[in-house]
Design a protein around this ligand. Sequence first.
Ligand code: 5GP
Ligand code: ZN
Length: 113
Amino acid sequence: MSDCLFCKIIAGEIPCDKVYEDETILAFRDINPQAPVHILLVPKAHIASSYEVTSQNCQVVGHIFEIISQLAEHEGLHNGYRVVTNCGADGCQSVHHLHFHLMGGKKLSEQMG
Ligand code: 5GP
Ligand code: ZN
């Protein structure tokens, strides 16, 4: 997807503060952090949103959560954290490449919506 911001970050065309990378996923710090730790985890394959997750491509979602567990440990999130994926207009998704926000390092808001 040539016009996708996160595909450009994955391709190295736009720099990022990378925290983890392997063959199938990339994790990098959010440019506008909402918490002391705010990391985005994305599949390298372009999946527009969680609407597009299927039995064919859902393995990467499980892998992302495996790495979330490792990063939470590495980032010292021993008192808890939050994982969010925004989807579509009502979910206020602004970048249309599936991503998971890992946020922590403070007591987060009790409000989810
Ligand atoms: P969404 O609103 O789609 O769930 O989340 C998109 C996230 O991407 C936002 O938290 C925003 O701050 C982050 N973001 C947007 N542009 C960039 C960028 O160029 N680099 C990084 N690292 N994060 C970005
Ligand atoms: Zn993309």
